[in-house]
Design a protein around this ligand. Structure first.
Ligand code: ADP
Ligand code: ASP
Ligand code: MG
Length: 419
């Protein structure tokens, strides 16, 4: 039998009625002749609640117990979904991560897949089971402990199962009917895309578009999984939603395909650091050791160039990182200063910033995208604090209060509402 993977996100299983609605969608695919693997998220809001309970109980919590608690939301929905399917006369059973087993690394809270043996589930399909319901977001460490994959991780569970079982497609059911040119919640003019390339989706996801977890797109790209984003709340057919696929399946040739944003950014500046060989390593080494994910970096031009004969040149260094890591970043810098690794006069944190990025493989061949982007922001009087670019994206850091305005202005400038 061909295998289909269907993943239902939190809002799609938010209550018993929605679980029943999702189960109906599963029934339709079973009737079409598929063996179905259903991956479920926790009910909407549940994971946030569990995370809060953990941090209210323990400030510097044991990451293994964090995972034990936070993974539990998915167990509830997996069991309920299996029960609902059984009530509908469909042979189904649930699996928690350890039962498959979904083998992962031991990085609690950010575990990666090692292997997903098929035997258990295949055996049940061979016995006539039609639907395997698997708890998303979780796995099993080499030590036999429960792990989780990072927020939004059920998308990645879904793609990994699609790859492991050679599924015909991996359908991600969510509360929007596809991938849009930008988040439809903040730009009314956002347009649904019929197709988007793996590369563009990967950039959009890693730059903040929460519709798919970044890792899920990476895996889909590596294993050539046909990944589709569709609505849980509409009737769908073969042409619904957005297909994430290879670049050559796409006709559109716009410079910019989409815009992503991330609210949870912070900017850290070290004033008056020495301008000498090794200074960047002395700053970013301790940050990496402290687990700070540094994103954008700017080093100002020094008044005079470094020159062995005239030491003493100074400059400033600015970097951005996720807002929940600024405490760690500050501590790493203060410790490095105490240990004499670096010197600086002042460390200033600006946690009122957001990152807005334009993404498109068309940028490789279209010139002037950066200039158009900066002009659009300047027309709105939005000051750019940091810029970073790659082959297919340009990101800027701006004051958070201008984030939505910037997204809308850029959407207009690049005429994304038009196909
Ligand atoms: P789920 O709970 O189903 O996993 P998520 O909340 O993780 O759903 O992801 C869906 C949300 O992603 C949408 O409600 C939408 O607000 C947001 N989103 C951000 N960028 C985009 C985009 N470019 N296209 C579609 N949705 C987007
Ligand atoms: N429930 C988890 C979360 O909210 C995983 C997921 O929904 O994908 O992050
Ligand atoms: Mg999600």
């Amino acid at each position: 039998m061909p295998v289909l993977v269907m993943k239902f996100g939190g809002t799609s299983v938010a209550d018993l009625g929605r679980i029943a609605n999702a189960a109906e969608k599963v029934r339709r695919e079973v009737e079409r002749g598929y063996d179905v693997i259903v991956i479920v998220s926790a009910m909407a809001g549940k994971t946030n609640e569990l995370v809060k309970w953990v941090s209210e109980t323990s400030t510097f919590y044991d990451a293994r117990e964090y995972d034990a608690v936070v993974a539990s939301g998915e167990n509830v929905t997996a069991g309920l979904m299996a029960l609902r399917l059984q009530e509908m006369g469909i042979p189904a059973r649930s699996w928690q991560g350890w039962q498959v087993p979904i083998n992962t690394t031991r990085q609690h809270g950010a575990a990666r897949f090692l292997s997903i043996p098929r035997d258990n589930i295949d055996h049940k399909f061979a016995e006539g089971m039609k639907v395997a319901v698997v708890a998303g977001f979780q796995g099993l460490s080499p030590e036999g402990r429960v792990t989780t994959l990072g927020r939004g991780g059920s998308d990645t569970t879904a793609v990994a199962f699609a790859a492991a079982f050679g599924a015909e497609r991996c359908d991600i059911y969510t509360d929007v009917d596809g991938v849009y040119t930008t988040d439809p919640r903040i730009a009314k003019k956002a347009r649904k895309l019929d197709k988007i390339s793996y590369e563009e989706m990967l950039e959009l996801a890693s730059l903040g578009a929460k519709v798919l977890q970044t890792r899920s797109v990476e895996l889909a790209m590596r294993y050539k999984v046909r990944l589709r984003v569709v609505s849980s709340f509409e009737d769908i057919d073969e042409t619904s939603g957005t297909l994430v696929c290879d670049e050559d399946e796409i006709m559109e040739s716009k410079a910019v395909a989409g815009i992503a944003y991330s609210r949870e950014e912070a900017k850290v500046t070290l004033f008056t650091i020495e301008d000498r060989p090794g200074i960047a390593a002395a700053i970013f080494g301790p940050l990496a050791d402290a687990g700070v994910n540094v994103d954008m970096i700017v080093q100002n031009i020094s008044e005079k160039d470094y020159d062995e004969a005239h030491p003493g040149a100074v400059t400033d260094m600015t970097f951005s990182c996720p807002i929940d890591q600024v405490g760690r970043a500050r501590k790493a810098m203060e410790d490095a200063k105490t240990r004499g690794l670096i010197k600086y006069d002042e460390l200033i944190i600006d946690d009122d910033v957001a990152k807005v990025s334009v993404v498109g493989i068309g940028m490789r061949s279209h010139a002037g995208v950066a200039a158009r982007m900066f002009e659009a922001l300047s027309r709105e009087n939005i000051n750019i604090k940091v810029i970073s670019t790659s082959e297919i994206k340009i990101s800027v850091l701006i004051d958070r209060k201008y984030m939505e305005l910037a997204v809308q202005a850029l959407h207009d400038t690049f005429e994304l509402e038009r196909a």
